[in-house]
Design a protein around this ligand. Structure first.
Ligand code: MN
Length: 491
């Protein structure tokens, strides 16, 4: 593993009026923990309920209510820590992060500050075929806030507390990324890891994965510049756009003789710009202190080891295995492992068959078609068993590759057992050399001039191959056709 990871060489410098600039990016990703109930209450975390229908007395911060930690959320945080190869802290502490906002009835968020549950780790990413590691600073558990709704009635604002108290994992990276592309690859990989682990749905559209993007710029070799934080960016595409426009804004300011103010900004995807929200607060502004309602959280090494034994095969391991056992290229293996469902599908197709050949069909025919129709792998009309059967029919030379594409179309739109369809519709490949020879003789007899040309110029034989295939309705075995033609043309 070590040898394929290179130190970050910066080929991502961007041009300014005074020379080249380097972009420095660090990300704080908030991922909603996959758990039926909230971090400190039994209220449901289900998405899309009526406003204020999933709110317990704890979530509403009624006086005297006490938080009780949800053990499943702890297990999910530890699993995630293990999945990003991080240090697990056997003792961690919940703190109050104090601030006022209408959607935060407690007047503070319960979070972790000095002693988070997960410490340093790393995530390996791949950008344009080059592997690199992004350091993880920490992962901590915290509560989500409620939601303010301003647009339903002009004179009122509303508060929906359904999200209040939902468990979040805040995953903080080191400032290791040097381009928008690297940051996008990092979030994509993190999402893959979370989904493999089942610790977060990591669905950006539902807001259960959002990123705060820290961006600064400097001349290569200089000290780190002042950073701005762009809050709550909610798509991978927007993360890339936000980084690029923010870096450009900072470079322009510095080159005009100005300085960067540390501040919190938001990305306006319609205007393609970032805008100031507020000057950046420092940690001490929040008056963090340990929550007196919660004891320090202590877990044992046995508990951690137990969770580790229960982890699934992770994407990097799966990729290595696919390359080793199926002889796949780095690229193909990467495409297949990007989603666990895709990898599982491929393995069913490849079982007992040529892996490379199966991968070609899964990636080119199936994924290509799913993409075109905007379907997920789970919604594929062609099952892994059906595609496996098609691949098997080609491998056994029962059907030709060309006929297999027709067969794929039939199974896609009508369903059915591929072997039966081949049988019923007479799609079997003709390997009977007698029959092929007869067709070859007929075509040669009808085209004496072409025969003469092909004898002189062997690469003109392709024309005959095409004619024979056409005459057989694509069913002639191309290998047999080639052999017979070579013999008859004396090539
Ligand atoms: Mn946070």
């Amino acid at each position: 593993m070590q040898d394929k990871v290179k130190a970050t060489t910066n080929t991502n410098l961007i041009e300014g009026a005074t020379g080249e600039w380097e972009i420095i990016v660090g990300l704080e990703v908030h991922a909603q923990v996959a758990s039926a109930s909230k971090l400190f209450s039994g209220a449901s975390t289900a998405f899309g309920g009526d406003p204020n229908s999933h709110v317990s007395l704890v979530d509403a911060a009624m006086p005297g209510m006490l938080p009780v930690i949800n053990s499943e959320c702890i297990a999910q945080a530890v699993r995630t820590g293990l999945g990003i190869k991080a240090e697990i802290n056997l003792k961690s502490v919940f703190d109050r992060k104090n601030y006022f906002y209408p959607d935060l009835p407690q007047g503070y968020q319960i979070s972790q500050y000095k002693q988070p549950i997960v410490g340093e780790g790393e995530v390996e990413i791949d950008v344009d075929g080059e592997a690199m590691k992004v350091g993880i600073e920490r992962l901590h558990l915290e509560q989500d806030a409620g939601k303010s709704i301003h647009d339903q009635h002009p004179e009122y604002s509303y508060v929906d507390l359904n999200r209040s108290g939902v468990a979040l994992m805040e995953i903080v990276s080191k400032p290791d990324m040097r381009s928008a592309k690297q940051a996008q690859a990092y979030v994509t990989k993190l999402r893959t890891i979370l989904r493999y682990l089942g610790t977060s749905d990591a669905d950006m559209e539902k807001g259960n994965l959002r990123a705060d993007v820290n961006v600064s710029v400097r001349k290569p070799g200089d000290e780190l510049g002042t950073r701005c934080e762009i809050k709550n960016v909610n798509s991978i595409r927007f993360i890339g756009q936000a980084i690029e426009v923010e870096a450009r804004r900072q470079i322009d300011i510095i080159e005009d003789g100005g300085t960067i103010d540390q501040e919190t900004r938001l990305f306006d995807s319609v205007k393609g710009e970032t805008r100031s929200m507020r000057s950046k607060e420092e940690a001490h502004d929040y008056r963090y202190f340990p929550d007196p309602d919660l004891l320090p959280l202590e877990i044992t090494q046995e508990y951690v080891d137990d969770l580790e034994r229960g982890l699934p095969e992770m994407p990097d391991e799966k990729k290595d295995r696919f390359m080793r056992d199926f002889g796949l290229s780095d690229y193909d293996a990467g495409v297949l492992i990007a989603e666990r469902e895709k990898a599982d599908y491929f393995e069913k197709v490849a079982e007992g068959r040529d892996g490379k050949f199966a991968a070609n069909w899964v990636i080119n025919e199936l994924f290509g078609r799913l993409n075109k129709e905007g379907l997920s792998i789970a919604a594929s009309p062609v099952s892994a068993a059906q595609l496996g059967s098609i691949v098997g029919l080609i491998a056994s030379e029962t059907i030709s590759g060309k006929i297999a594409k027709d067969l794929f179309e039939i199974v896609w739109s009508e369903g059915g057992d591929p072997a039966e369809i081949v049988e019923k519709r007479g799609m079997k490949q003709v390997t009977d050399t007698g029959a092929i020879e007869k067709t070859v003789d007929e075509i040669m007899a009808a085209n004496p001039d072409k025969v003469e040309q092909a004898k002189a110029k062997p690469n003109l034989m392709g024309w005959f191959v095409g004619q024979v295939m056409k005459a057989s309705g694509g069913k002639a075995n191309p290998k047999a056709v080639n052999e017979i033609l070579k013999k008859k043309l004396g090539i």
